[in-house]
Ligand binder design. Sequence first.
Ligand SMILES: [Zn+2]
Length: 437
Amino acid sequence: MSKDHAIRALRGRLLWFVADPDEAGDAAHRFVEDGLLVVEGGLIRAAGEAKALLPTLPAGAIIADHRPHLIMPGFIDAHIHMPQTQVIASYGAQLMEWLTRYTFVEEQKLAQQGHAETLSAFLLDELLASGTTTAAVYCSVHARSAEAFFAESHRRNTRMIAGKVMMDRNAPPALTDTAASGYADSKALIGRWHGKGRQLYAITPRFAVTSTPEQMAAAQRLVAEHPDCFVQTHINENRSEIAAARELYPDAADYAGIYEDYGLLGRRSLLGHCIHMTKREWRAFAEHGAVAVFCPTSNLFLGSGLFDWQRARHEGVRVAVATDIGGGTSYSMLRTMAEAYKVLQLQGQSLSAFAALHAITRGNAVALGLEHLIGSFETGREADIVVLDPGAIRSMAHRLETVRDLAEELFVLVTLGDERNVVATYVAGERTASAAA
Ligand SMILES: [Zn+2]
């Protein structure tokens, strides 16, 4: 990990999860009011009471004193589009029109020299400033866009999942690859980047509407040849999208059936949205262990619909949460969970602060199958850390004067918080340069 093997520590109020609060209740989280997080070689060496751990540090160990701030594992965003940082906040369209009117126009710019590098650096700055240390990232159709993103992430030593979009129809000619070139470019990127340092590859057919059966078969071959890579795509976001997909694949049982037929529905498959799901589709997800990715700000902004988390849980489907920039409207996972709470409220469901904070740390790590690496402060995990000041915003400090316990305080943080509450972000034990804007 880090070349620097010196022992260092962060002191503050520690909060992390060892289980899902929906299953384990209060036993799911660990909270230490005066805590110490000990880091060595980029990994967590210990987390606990400062009183107990301070005497174990070697003489001269550097301690970053973050008291009274909250120290949590870095946030994880399970679905975001690198080429859409300048598509965010585009007016007045639902999914299919929004893609053609705004997204496909912006994405063509990634063919220009240097643009993918600029957007990659911007996105990583913005993620880290929001306390997000891992994300599953869609690049553009151009292989160089994924190359640029991985190079920048590798330079910063961030643990990122990314892939070049595969798209060979229903998009402008400048934005399409072919079944063969999409396969070859993805394969070359996997060879160069998957498992290099902290980088991981996601095979990325954008969605069934923009891939021919030949390209879906090419994606299937990639998955068969690289079963440890992720798969990321979209499903059941919007009614006209569903109709288009069904029309293009009339033999499939349903939308999920399209991905199922091409072996793209597996335990490492991250499927964005999952709003309009049939009973059979939920079952297929559960059976294959596929992950439903809930993108609340995007679903509200594009008017797509309300994700039914209770149903997913009931069906035994794993759920991850994500911003989906640029359909989404905030890079902050805190803001994302505030909107998730409202989406669930509209359906008579609820979301505790503990469940929300679990979702964006350990919960997403589990959904990504990366819980042995990230998402908690258990010994040996990578030291990706966010330091939060719940009182950084005047209205929040004012509200916090009346809270009676940790659950209330954290609910204020989740409901009103955003990147302005981020005091510092650490990547593999190193404090990053980017602070909140
Ligand atoms: Zn998306």
